[in-house]
Design a protein. Structure first.
Lengths: 164, 195
């Protein structure tokens, strides 16, 4: 196993803590939606009103924006932009970085004050950073999931779906 | 970096199509999008200029369904190929699990292929990954070019260092779909083997 490609594994207990944290953030700020993304754009968890159908595309775009702003930061000899704010007529988006790995995104309307979002997001990022730290320690869970029979099944599925 | 969500029983992998401008990266994704069953694909999202050149990326989510109880998703991205967008490519490459390098088979484009591959090596290394072990599949696209302008496979192998690196290499004509799914199968298998 190549350690550099070690996958991020989110076990049940940690996912529960993440969901609780996002739920509390949405409730306390009165936001519409909170999303936790991996820096590659994958959605780890989300909480909010209703079922968004566009969540996968949203994750890819937000992560893209964040990765892009990181490159801007480097050009300005800044290490990172830790947070960014996008203001719309109806909806606003506040995005914060957790360590170098995760992105927390809060979507809120004009009924919620940005100051409150910033303060409570800071609290949530600290909490999520400690969850991330525990997630990084997970190796056993991967071996349980990714056995050789899983890989064989996966290859069969790939051959079946991606044929000419 | 793949994401395995044990509680939600989901696995996500990110595959990036890299290569010089006008090489056919977007065409690869468009062909895949046109051919896979509806229940497998999401919308193809393109951030392009008015002249249809990729500005940021194209994005195509593929849902492979349940594999041993795990919902498995592959997210395909392209980078903008033009030299100008080097930093944008770095951003899109962030967290990738594997790369399809789409090389242009035109003799005139050989130097651009080599430069782009070299840049890819640098960018992968900067993400603290060992390039030699990173899952990569080469696609020699535009194999339908006229004989007087097309580079031979051996010439391309030589310039791109295929034999030395032991990368799978697939000949393709992305506009007709030839080799497109063979490439996708090869990179998917390579990514899975490294999870």
């Amino acid at each position: 196993m190549d350690p550099q490609l070690t996958s991020i594994i989110v076990p049940t207990e940690e996912l529960g803590q993440i969901e609780e944290c996002l739920g509390r953030l949405v409730e306390d700020t009165g936001s519409d939606y909170a999303l936790l993304l991996d820096k590659s754009g994958q959605v780890i968890s989300s909480k909010g009103d209703g079922d968004r159908q566009d969540i996968t595309a949203l994750g890819a775009l937000i992560a893209g924006v964040f990765a892009s702003s990181r490159e801007v930061a480097k050009l300005l000899r800044e290490r990172d932009f830790r947070a960014s704010f996008q203001q719309g007529v109806r909806e606003n988006i506040f995005i914060a970085l957790i360590e170098e790995q995760w992105i927390l995104c809060i979507i809120f309307n004009k009924g919620t004050h940005i100051g409150l979002v910033k303060v409570l997001t800071k609290k949530a990022t600290d909490e999520l950073a400690s969850v991330l730290e525990r997630v990084r320690q997970q190796h056993k869970a991967r071996d349980e999931v990714l056995g050789s029979s899983f890989r064989t099944s996966m290859e069969d599925t790939i051959d079946l779906l991606f044929r000419d | 970096m793949a994401l395995i969500n044990v509680a939600a029983r989901e696995i996500h992998c990110k595959i990036v199509y890299y290569g010089p401008g006008m090489g056919g990266k977007t065409t690869n994704l468009q062909y895949i999008h046109s051919q896979v069953p509806k229940d497998v694909k999401g919308d193809l999202l393109s951030i392009a200029t008015e002249t249809e050149r990729t500005l940021f990326f194209d994005f195509l989510p593929l849902d492979l369904g349940k594999v041993r109880g795990f919902q498995t998703r592959f997210h395909l991205y392209t980078v903008p190929g033009q030299v100008l967008y080097e930093r944008t490519r770095v951003a899109v490459l962030n967290g990738a699990d594997g790369v399809v390098f789409v090389a242009d088979s035109s003799k005139q484009k050989m130097q651009e292929n080599v430069n782009s591959l070299r840049e890819l090596a640098q960018n992968v290394t900067r993400q603290n990954k060992r390039f030699a072990e990173f899952p990569i599949v080469l696609q020699y696209n535009k194999r339908d070019l006229p004989a007087e302008v097309i580079a031979s496979v051996q010439t391309m192998d030589h310039f791109l260092g295929v034999n030395r690196m032991n990368w799978p290499r697939i000949e393709a004509v992305a506009t007709t779909g030839a080799g497109v799914f063979e490439t996708l199968r090869a990179i998917s298998r390579a990514v899975i083997s490294k999870l």
